[in-house]
Design a protein around this ligand. Structure first.
Ligand code: RFL
Ligand code: PHB
Length: 399
């Protein structure tokens, strides 16, 4: 058995864990990241693609902003399609100059991984049987197995950045945590393909009789597209041809005609869920990112929320270690949850507005149509969509 000590153990090397590690390192706080999977497995998960300015700023603060500056595509608008007609929403105009940036989660993760390697920081990949101990005391511990050897890490704090299915939230006694959840009756089939994106200046969100569709991008030569599908569908049910035929039927005719198709390089189905666990602190254990909350991807908020949690949490740890103040860690949960619930509301609203619900009656459908019509014609509602899409300020509602 090997025993060592550090100030903070971070569980999970997804975007939350890696970004927290980068910010702590910059502040001179010693930490170790323990990850269940291999680096290649982590990089192989194709997920988010849209970064709020708050997230881009945080990448710069963490010293990994070059990738997004050079490889990201700035967007000033989004496009809504319904009744096969396209309606631009000028988000930059409506928010006094704010933008979002198309830059893949895979790239963000890779930039952070490369920086860790360059800085010689410790990440334990392929750690088995990770377990958390004594986080209700001043001497928490994380244990794991690596290559058949047991390791014990003594620390002052544990950061649970291990995603929705991780061990951190599951280690908290049931009576100490309240969970709120809504599961949607459909999933998203996502396809990645090396074809030029049908829209490079705006993400396209389509509401159609056949269900939702989304056109996004990873670069000028790589597209990321999604269609709403039944939860019972399997990836094998969707040949490339079936996917391209289906997505084109859900767009406006001009865009469908223009869409370049090609062989998929990744295809996966994700269920849609809204979920929040409260609180996000249990003694010396703190949860951040998907470990504490999930949003349906329609609002592009998951990765951005993970980034804002990490901003609040890193500031709290820095305050604790540098200024000897517990104010930040004491307020972390309340502070982060206020932003999370706003993003939960927005993501739920946009999901409800844009998808076909199997059980919705004619009336539900008519309400969707009326709201979409109101949205594209009302400055007030377009502004509300725009200010949420670009991301509310980190201190929103605190004055
Ligand atoms: P992650 O990325 O799940 O990383 C958690 C890490 O913890 C590891 N782990 C463990 N390690 C040690 N011991 C254990 N017992 C462990 N259990 C798990 C895992 O292997 C993993 O490496 O969580 P994190 O870091 O909080 O990051 C969250 C984001 O990944 C997520 O919110 C976004 O991808 C959500 N999301 C989007 N967010 C956006 O902001 N903009 C988007 O455009 C966007 N699009 C999306 C999305 C998510 C999607 N899916 C697949 C759900 C599109 C899709 C389709
Ligand atoms: C993506 O690029 O994967 C993406 C973009 C916008 C969303 C969801 C996913 O709302």
């Amino acid at each position: 058995m090997s025993t060592s000590s550090t100030q903070v153990v971070i569980i999970g090397a997804g975007p939350s864990g890696l970004l927290l590690g980068a910010l702590l390192h910059k502040a001179g706080i010693d930490h170790v990241i323990v990850e269940r999977q291999s680096p290649d497995y982590v990089l192989g998960r194709i997920r988010a693609g849209i970064l709020e300015q708050v997230t881009v700023d945080l990448l710069h603060e963490a010293g990994v902003g070059t990738g997004v500056t050079q490889g990201g595509t700035v967007h000033h608008s989004i496009e809504l399609v319904f009744k096969n007609t396209r309606h631009p929403i000028e988000v930059t105009q409506l928010t006094g100059g704010k933008v979002v940036t198309a830059y893949g989660q895979t790239e963000v993760t890779k930039d952070l991984m490369d920086q860790r390697t360059r800085s010689g920081l410790s990440t334990v990949y392929e750690a088995r049987d990770v377990s958390l101990h004594d986080f209700d005391s001043l001497l928490p511990q994380v244990r794991y197995l690596k290559d058949g050897v047991s390791h014990v890490l003594n620390c002052e704090f544990i950061a649970g950045c291990d995603g929705f299915h991780g061990v951190a939230r599951a280690s908290v006694p049931k009576n100490a945590i309240t969970e709120f959840e809504k599961v949607y009756p459909f999933g998203w089939l996502g396809v990645l393909a090396d074809v030029p994106p049908v829209s490079t200046h705006a993400i396209v969100y389509a509401n159609s009789d056949r269900g939702f569709a989304l056109c996004s991008m990873r670069s000028m030569t790589r597209s990321r597209y999604y269609v709403q599908c039944p939860l019972s569908d399997k990836v094998e049910d969707w040949s490339d041809q079936r996917f391209w035929d289906e997505i084109r039927r859900r767009l406006d005719p001009e865009m469908a005609e223009r869409m370049v198709i090609g062989a998929s390089i990744e295809k996966s189905i994700a269920p849609l869920r809204s979920f929040v666990a409260e609180p996000m602190r249990f003694g010396r254990l703190f949860l951040a990112g998907d470990a504490a909350h999930i949003v349906p991807p329609t609002g592009a908020k998951g990765l951005n929320l993970a980034a804002s949690d990490v901003k609040y949490l890193s500031s709290a740890f820095i305050e604790f270690f540098k200024d000897k103040s517990a104010a930040g860690i004491d307020h972390y949960s309340q502070h982060a949850l206020a932003r999370i619930w706003r993003a939960e509301r927005f993501s739920w609203w946009l999901t409800s507005l844009m998808h076909r619900f199997p059980d919705s009656e004619g009336f539900g459908q008519k309400m969707q149509e009326a709201e979409l019509d109101y949205l594209v014609n009302s400055h007030a509602l377009s502004t509300s969509l725009a200010e949420n899409y670009v991301g509310l300020p980190l201190d929103f509602g605190q004055h």
